[in-house]
Design a protein around this ligand. Structure first.
Ligand SMILES: Nc1ncnc2c1ncn2[C@@H]1O[C@H](COP(=O)(O)OP(=O)(O)OP(=O)(O)O)[C@@H](O)[C@H]1O
Length: 347
């Protein structure tokens, strides 16, 4: 069953086009990450789903129910969505428990029920026993977990998150990623999660929608987006790697294609319909090994902890990245093999 669908949705703000003919659908229980650079339209999609904006064109549906067209919109409070913001949006004068209880109190639920559900939500986010504190007496990560508990305490089947980890340091982020993943799994709710951080999207999502300039560039599973980006923009935005010019004379057979790169023959993956001629080849660092037909010269290396990120130039002047356990010297010669690469579809 489809949880959320956008059908031909555009959103204009005056003359500025925030979204241009976006169609996407995800099933119930999905974790959809909206990913893309600043200004690509992520927050606008979230606000259209929440009901804070109306589409200029197109339809927003929750399951079979139409919640918005250009002409008519269901108001936010009738959409059964819970929201988690980057800024936490906690009331400073209320205790943690009162903050979490707020949506239930405004829904006039009986006190006995509220207390039980608040305690349960705080337990789920790992904050049992923190109910009587004020938000100011909590760390950033704890505050974000209060905001998460407040979203969970509502019976909303849909949880919308707007860059909830953007203000947290790297360790808290890692811990919160685990919390989000567990909560998604345990509650079975549908999450829509805005982020410009590809690592977050890859770690959390069942579905990633990559946006580029207000258009949907690709919707797919994290593994599919990483292994087979649909456009050059997606290839550059998700994961590391270089896009190199190569040439093929053959048609694709069973997804495989022989290409010529800097004088060497490689077998790579390619989308059906790739035509003979010039192609763009995405080569990721983890697929470049020592010992192969590509002569290269080291241009530089950056220490990354587990390995050195090395930039090497091929004899035609194009460069690629690889990981090496020890630092090479600039000017060192390497013989490289590319074990996997993807022909980025031409559009
Ligand atoms: N209320 C508004 N009025 C005018 N333009 C707007 C409004 N809201 C968004 N926009 C424009 O629409 C485009 C998409 O904005 P949106 O906030 O959805 O991007 P985003 O991908 O969430 O970016 P960020 O990661 O920086 O938050 C941007 O060019 C933005 O300037």
């Amino acid at each position: 069953m489809t949880a959320i669908a956008l059908d031909g949705v555009s959103k204009h703000f005056g003359t500025s086009i925030a979204l241009d003919d976006v169609s996407l659908a995800v099933p119930e229980g999905a974790f959809l990450a909206l990913l893309g650079p600043s200004g690509c339209g992520k927050t606008t999609i979230l606000r259209l789903i929440a009901g804070f904006e109306a589409p200029t064109r197109g339809v927003v549906r929750f399951g079979a129910r139409t919640v918005a067209t250009a002409e008519a919109q269901v108001p936010p409070e009738e959409r059964q969505v819970a929201m988690v913001f980057q800024s936490y949006a906690l009331w400073p004068h209320m205790t943690v428990a009162e903050n979490v209880a707020y949506p239930l109190a405004t829904a006039r639920r009986p006190k006995s029920e509220v207390a039980g559900r608040v305690a349960e939500a705080l337990h789920v986010v790992g904050l049992a026993g923190y109910g009587e504190r004020r938000p100011e007496a909590l760390s950033g990560g704890q505050r974000q977990r209060v905001a998460l508990a407040r979203a969970l305490v509502q019976e909303a089947p849909l949880v919308l998150c707007d860059e909830p980890l953007a203000n947290l340091d790297v360790h808290l982020r890692a811990a919160m990623l685990a919390s989000f993943r567990r909560l998604h799994r345990d509650t079975g709710r549908t999450f829509v999660y805005v982020t410009h951080d590809q690592a977050e999207a890859l770690a959390l999502a069942t579905h990633i929608a990559v946006l580029d300039g207000g258009r949907l560039a690709q919707l797919g599973a994290p593994q599919a987006i990483y292994a087979a980006p649909a456009t050059e923009a997606v290839a550059r935005f998700v994961g590391e790697g270089r896009i190199l010019d190569a040439v093929t004379r053959s048609p694709v057979e069973a997804g495989r294609l022989p290409v010529r790169l800097a004088g060497a023959e490689l077998m790579v993956r390619a989308p059906a319909g790739t035509r003979p001629g010039a192609v763009k080849l995405l080569v990721r660092p983890e697929n470049v090994m020592l010992g192969g037909p590509l002569a290269a010269v080291v241009r530089g290396a950056t220490y990354r902890g587990p390995a050195w990120a090395v930039e090497a130039t091929l004899h035609d002047g194009q460069s690629l990245m690889l990981a090496l356990p020890a630092a090479p010297r600039e000017g060192d010669r390497l013989d490289l093999a590319v074990t996997d690469a993807w022909v980025v579809p031409a559009i």
